[in-house]
Design a protein around this ligand. Sequence first.
Ligand code: TYM
Length: 348
Amino acid sequence: MTSSTKILLSGVKPTGRPHIGNYFGAMKQFVDLLNSGQYRCYFMVADYHALNTVKNSQEMRQHIVDLALDYLAIGLDPEKAVLFKQSDVSAHTELAWVFDTLVTVPYLQRAHAYKAELDRINALNPKKEALLNKKVGMYEVEINVGTFNYPVLMAADILLYDTDVVPVGQDQKQHIEYARDIAQKFNGTFGELFKLPKALILEDVATVPGTDGRKMSKSYNNTIPLFADDETIKKAVMSMVTDSKGADEPKDPEHDTIFAIHKLFTSPAELAKLADQYKQGTISYKESKELLIQKISMFIAPLRERRAELQKDVAAVQKILERGAEQACAVANAKMKEVRKMIGVDSQ
Ligand code: TYM
């Protein structure tokens, strides 16, 4: 590694089992880019971001270990990359506060994720009283400040490490733009300190569709989990929504979610053959699904086995996170020291 080695940072929220959208949109890139040897890599378990939705300590602990295991199982080598937990590096939340004093409320109100959450909550509103009577948390019926400030903490995550590139799926694009804006705001106010990061988004897998054709997302309940067992894979694929074309009718592969998922698991030559079968009406949706189940199962089986092996030694996983925290803290705290100096809160 040389002084010109670029810095890469990304993260996933420990909010439940990751799905093949997370994997192809982001996590596979993590592995490929790490193995390219061109980057100093930081991969984070974004637990403080997850706290917006996970409100149970046991669940949170489990999700954190699970995600660390997932990172290891897909092939992120802790000897080559820094694997750490966001909450272990308090500079993230400290810097987020500094940024909070620089960004405006209308600016954050324009964030897509905030607007989507607001829409979800507004749709609940007719039932709000009933929900409150059932004693669901206020945060489920009214938007919390953590959701509003989400992009600010994410900017802190990224900017603390002088990150050059952030591999993510399409839904995170705006967040990286926010990080760039926030870096510029700080630099413009206090002097040059932060590098402007760039998103790395792979066009073909920028938005992997879920079983209902919308973006695959845990909150839509339309996922194919990355480490799913064969039964779960089968159930998820069989539930995929299609149009009503019969077995021998010509079908448009580019307007079919099953075909879109085939793309992730199929070589170009095989895919061209499948596209032909679609166009000529020589394959039914059911057959296409059955083929897809085989491909996904073959792909997931070795990942699942590797994960099961790693799971036997959770203590080792905790140690990896502890070591990662030390490495991340060394970089982040040094940066935070510079921030404190530039804003004038350091002791003389
Ligand atoms: P999270 O946990 O929601 O998603 C993790 C990654 O998966 C990508 N992704 C998808 N890509 C393609 N198709 C899909 N259907 C799909 N669904 C999810 C996401 O774009 C993401 O890259 N805000 C981040 C976590 C985070 C972070 C960071 C990332 C916190 N701090 C700093 C980068 C840098 C998130 O919500 O991840």
